[in-house]
Structure formats: structure tokens, C-alpha cells
Design a protein around this ligand. Structure first.
Ligand SMILES: [Zn+2]
Length: 198
């Protein structure tokens, strides 16, 4: 089982879920070039000790163009292995080719506002019951770009991931603190944006 190692503040209320935002590259002084990944975790997971990585249903909603509108319903790995259809959209997990239409990672690219809006949407979809964890790489951007290079061999990519891991900082915006900040006034997207850009 995958495990996310994050120092979570003990004195704040935590969400059932964790939205993990990994920002791989951000050009200094610009607000328009964020890229990275979003992962979803069930806090405490099945065993109550480690976090469990969640998958999302990537089925296209009927009538959507080029997969632009996906189901995005969150799934545990048990759902995918034991159920034929997604409980959110009712469509089969496998397409005609037998490929599973569920993924554990969402890629993003765009402005801070785009990213904050996306994370806020996920937060609301999880009924405001989530911590937001930011994983940010700190220095040399060249290997962050290389990380996105699909032409790398699995071994090269694994090595790159180790480098990223050793060069990152992690911060946590707990459900409890976010709720307090929102109660004090302020817009969800703006609060999340301030956290991601701190
Ligand atoms: Zn679905």
C-alpha cells in the first residue's frame, strides 16, 4: 500500500480525505505557469494507520466532447477490482478495449487561479472534509521538467522521482484551519490560492 508521509499538525481537525497538490515547476515572478499533479488520499485508509491512495473515474460523461467532462468520482482500489461499474456515473470501469478507465493522478497546468479553482472544486466535492497538502520542489527546475518527459525509461523516471523526493518541502492546510479562515471571512479559492502560493 502506498504511504504518504506528511507531518500533520496534531492540534487541528483533519479531514477524512487529503488532496495532495504537487507543484513541479513555477517560474519566479510569474503567475501563469504552474504545473504538476493532484492525488487523492483516504486519511488513515483501510488499516487506520497509513493513508490509502484513491483513484478517480475517468469515464467521459455522455455527450462530453473529447473527454472534457469526466466523472472524477473517487474510488478505492477495492471498488475497481470488485465492481463492474462506477458507483458515481454507473458506467463500466473498462472500455471496449478492456482498458480500465480509472487513474490515480490528475495533471494540471495553468495559472495559480486555475489551480486554486480546481482544488477548491475538489474540496467542495469532498464536502469540505479534506486537508490540502502541498508538495513543492524547491530548486533546480531542469529535472522537474525532465520528470514530465514521457520518453524516459522507467529506471530513469524512478531515479528522477528520488531526486524530487529529496528536494521537496511539504505543508499542510488542515480542514480545521481552512474552516476557521473561511469563518473569518474570505473566499475559498482565494484562501487556497494564498496557501499554494505562500
Ligand atoms: Zn464514474
Amino acid at each position: 500500500m502506498s504511504k504518504m508521509k506528511v507531518g500533520r499538525p496534531d492540534n487541528e481537525e483533519h479531514g477524512t480525505y487529503t488532496i495532495e497538490v504537487t507543484i513541479l515547476r513555477k517560474e519566479a515572478g510569474t503567475n501563469s505557469n504552474y504545473q504538476g499533479f493532484i492525488h487523492f488520499w483516504l486519511t488513515g485508509g483501510k488499516l487506520g494507520v497509513v493513508d490509502e491512495l484513491l483513484y478517480f473515474c475517468a469515464n467521459e460523461r455522455p455527450g462530453s466532447i473529447n473527454g472534457s467532462v469526466r466523472c472524477l468520482g473517487l474510488l478505492r482500489v477495492d471498488n475497481i477490482t470488485t465492481m463492474p461499474c462506477c458507483p458515481h456515473c454507473g458506467m463500466p470501469f473498462r472500455n471496449r478495449n478492456g482498458d480500465i478507465q480509472a487513474f490515480d493522478t490528475q495533471h494540471f497546468m495553468g495559472s495559480l487561479k486555475d489551480l486554486s479553482t480546481k482544488v477548491a472544486m475538489h474540496f467542495r466535492n469532498l464536502r469540505n472534509n479534506a486537508d490540502i497538502v502541498l508538495v513543492r520542489t524547491r530548486t533546480d527546475t531542469s529535472f522537474h521538467e525532465a520528470e514530465l518527459d514521457r520518453s524516459m525509461s522507467p529506471m530513469q523516471r524512478a531515479k528522477m522521482k528520488d531526486m524530487l523526493r529529496s528536494d521537496r518541502e511539504i505543508s499542510c492546510y488542515t480542514k480545521g484551519r481552512l474552516e476557521k479562515d473561511l469563518a473569518a471571512g474570505g473566499d475559498l479559492v482565494a484562501r487556497i490560492g494564498a496557501f499554494l502560493n505562500a
